[in-house]
Design a protein around this ligand. Structure first.
Ligand code: FAD
Length: 347
């Protein structure tokens, strides 16, 4: 939803979840603090403000985008997503004319496709810089070629086989010698687990993700769980996508209930295929499966994406009695799709 928010299809408030409200709705205590230390041995957790003892702990701190360029007011790593809301605020004030997107994997490509149709004044110039030979590397090559051509028809400059070397005040220099004027740069070139920056004594992978077993539990510390982007289930090598984060959360909830009833926890069984739906900024969206030469692009996918996104958002925002059912969501999704009008190149 965040790329679509950047395209102007959602208002920022529609693509965020009010955590305070959500916690109130579900009877959970919310404390806005940053976790800085976890001791599995002592079973304590320290934040920037307090220390808490725990019996059970679930770690879901996600990832942050790699940023080798240091802090710069107008360089926005795409993770955490809150950076993209800051970027949008400046964009809607008309502060940016030249935007560089580093990295054209799923996140960078979807953002570029949506930004390229955003009605802005002044009009924005977008450049995408991607290290591999193609955008959406690892997805269906036909989709990758199709979406690259759509971007170029929308006047987005796509530089493949190149990478950012240096970020100066108003210019970005690339490995191949390109000098790109920029007012804002979005970094979507890869992530590292937030836990790699937290002082802890839990087992971790080479890239700092918390290693867990199939029940999402760390060993030897029982009762400490990790899920989502920050967790790595031994030997499974799952991609860092929201689908796993959401379903692992559901499994953990179920397992905690089982543990409290004296039952054994059950393993997280990932879906065999985890399709992703990319919004293209037109009324058509593309469904693709990472690692498979398969994709489908049509208007039905836009309504389906709306249905799945809204179903999840509603489950965090409003009481169950007010949830729209799937039929209603899909009809609203179809209406949403029909309202997408763009003068720029469609598919
Ligand atoms: C542009 C973009 C588009 C995407 N689109 C899709 C998609 O269409 N489908 C899909 O499946 N996936 C998508 N993803 C991936 C998806 O966003 C992630 O896989 C998902 O958010 C992971 O959920 P999580 O709960 O593990 O982490 P997050 O959603 O990153 O949540 C982590 C939370 O922990 C908080 N936190 C971080 N550090 C600390 C700390 N020290 N103490 C306390 N709190 C902390 C953060 O503020 C954040 O709220 C997309 C990603 C991007 C960047």
């Amino acid at each position: 939803m965040v790329p679509q928010m950047l395209g102007g299809f959602y208002k920022p408030g529609e693509a965020r979840i009010d955590l305070r409200k959500f916690c109130k709705l579900t009877g959970v205590t919310f404390r806005q603090e940053r976790v800085i230390k976890i001791s599995g041995d002592k079973r304590t957790l320290n934040t920037d403000q307090s220390e808490t003892e725990f019996d059970y702990l679930i770690i879901n701190t996600g990832v942050v985008s790699e940023n080798p360029f240091g802090s710069h007011d107008h360089v926005f790593p795409v993770k955490p997503l809150s950076n993209l809301f800051r970027f949008e605020e400046n964009l809607s004030k008309g502060l940016y004319r030249n935007i560089v997107i580093a990295g054209a994997g799923g996140a960078g490509t979807e953002i570029a496709l949506n930004l390229s149709v955003r009605p802005t004044k002044p009009q924005i110039n977008i450049t995408v810089v991607e290290k591999s030979d193609s955008i959406l590397n690892g997805f269906d090559p036909r989709l990758s070629a199709k979406l690259r051509s759509v971007l170029e028809q929308r006047d987005v400059r796509v530089l493949c086989g190149d990478e950012i070397k240096e970020v100066q005040e108003n210019t970005i220099k690339t490995q191949n010698g390109n000098e790109l004027p920029f007012d804002a740069c979005l970094l979507a070139t890869g992530n590292k687990a937030v836990t790699s920056g937290i002082d802890h004594d839990l087992p971790e992978s080479e890239i700092g993700r918390i290693l867990v077993n199939k029940n999402l539990e760390t060993t030897p510390h029982s009762g400490i769980f990790a899920a989502g982007d920050t967790a790595e289930i031994r030997k499974l090598g799952l991609p860092q996508i929201g689908v796993h984060a959401v379903y692992q959360g559901k499994q953990l909830r179920k397992n905690l209930d089982r543990i409290f009833q004296g039952l054994e926890p059950e393993p997280y069984v990932p879906f065999k295929f985890t399709p992703l739906i990319f919004s293209t900024g037109s009324s058509q969206s593309s469904l693709a499966i990472p690692g498979y030469p398969f994709s489908v692009t049509n208007r039905f996918m836009t309504a389906l994406k709306y249905t799945l996104d809204q179903e999840w958002v509603e489950s965090c925002q409003v009481e169950r009695a007010s949830h729209r059912n799937y039929m209603r969501l899909f009809l609203d999704g179809w209406r949403f799709m029909r309202e997408i009008k763009t003068t720029k190149s469609a598919l």
